[in-house]
Ligand binder design. Structure first.
Ligand code: 6GU
Length: 239
């Protein structure tokens, strides 16, 4: 997979080269390009924004600069992602869809956003998603790109040491994951639940499912409502 990011703050994307993502880069599983939007400006001031039509606060990013940048960076198999608090929610399902793409391009807006015609024009040639990572407002899309890329890259074959981790995550089965424990058996007078040391794997699986159900019920009841009829059995319903 190739990932390109266009931004006015290229240094903000340095963490893409660290830790898990850095290892995926070193092993050739992904290629990453980070581009300074100002390389496509046309004037001595290298201006990327202008006042909004219709008035109001803030500035809007200019279409000519973004248009030229995307013409250069996008290719025949690009899916364009535009992070914005006004986007559709970024979810694990979307992460899985992105993990199957050959080329992702992220267009990071700042200020009050990018002239909408940039998105509408790109959508004539390629799939485009405006996506939000949650119900809060960031200053720009850069931090959202770090979040999205990390969620996508860990799903690529060979990136995680143990592929079962990706399959058993919170959200893979629509539930939050329950608690985990390691040694020692008692720590600050708190004991590891007895069932986990029983060696009875049927019982352990049932206990973990119950913990996941209870946690989801208390913290994210909206997720339980979204689970299809048939994903919960008789026992689950009693929990
Ligand atoms: Cl993707 N971008 C910005 N600027 N703010 C956000 C966001 C994205 N998601 C939530 N808030």
């Amino acid at each position: 997979m190739r990932i390109d990011v266009v931004t006015i703050f290229p240094e903000y994307l340095q963490p893409l080269r660290a830790a898990l993502l850095g290892r995926a880069l070193d092993r050739g599983l992904i290629e990453i390009g980070v581009h300074d939007l100002r390389d496509w400006t046309h004037d001595v001031h290298r201006a990327v924004d202008d006042a909004p039509y219709g008035g109001g606060p803030g500035m809007v990013m200019k279409p000519q600069v973004w248009g030229d940048a995307l013409d250069d960076v996008c290719g025949d198999d690009t899916r364009l992602v535009v992070p914005t608090p006004a986007g559709r929610p970024f979810t694990q399902d979307l992460a899985r869809a992105y993990a199957g793409q050959r080329h992702l391009v992220f267009a990071c807006g700042r200020y009050e956003g990018i002239d909408q015609r940039v998105i509408d024009d790109a959508a004539r040639r390629m799939p485009v998603d405006e996506v939000s990572i949650g119900d809060y407002v960031l200053v720009g899309g850069e931090a959202a790109v770090l979040v999205i890329v990390e969620a996508v890259v860990r799903l690529l074959p060979g990136v995680l040491g143990n592929p079962v981790s990706a399959e058993q995550d919170s959200f893979s089965d629509g539930l939050l994951e329950g608690p985990s424990y390691t040694r020692p058996e008692v720590w600050r007078d708190l004991a590891v639940p007895e069932v986990l040391r029983s060696g009875n794997h049927a019982l352990i699986d049932r206990w973990r499912r119950d913990q996941a159900l209870a946690r989801t019920y208390h913290r994210r009841p909206d997720l339980l409502e979204r689970l299809g009829e048939g994903s919960l059995d008789e026992h689950d319903r009693r929990v």
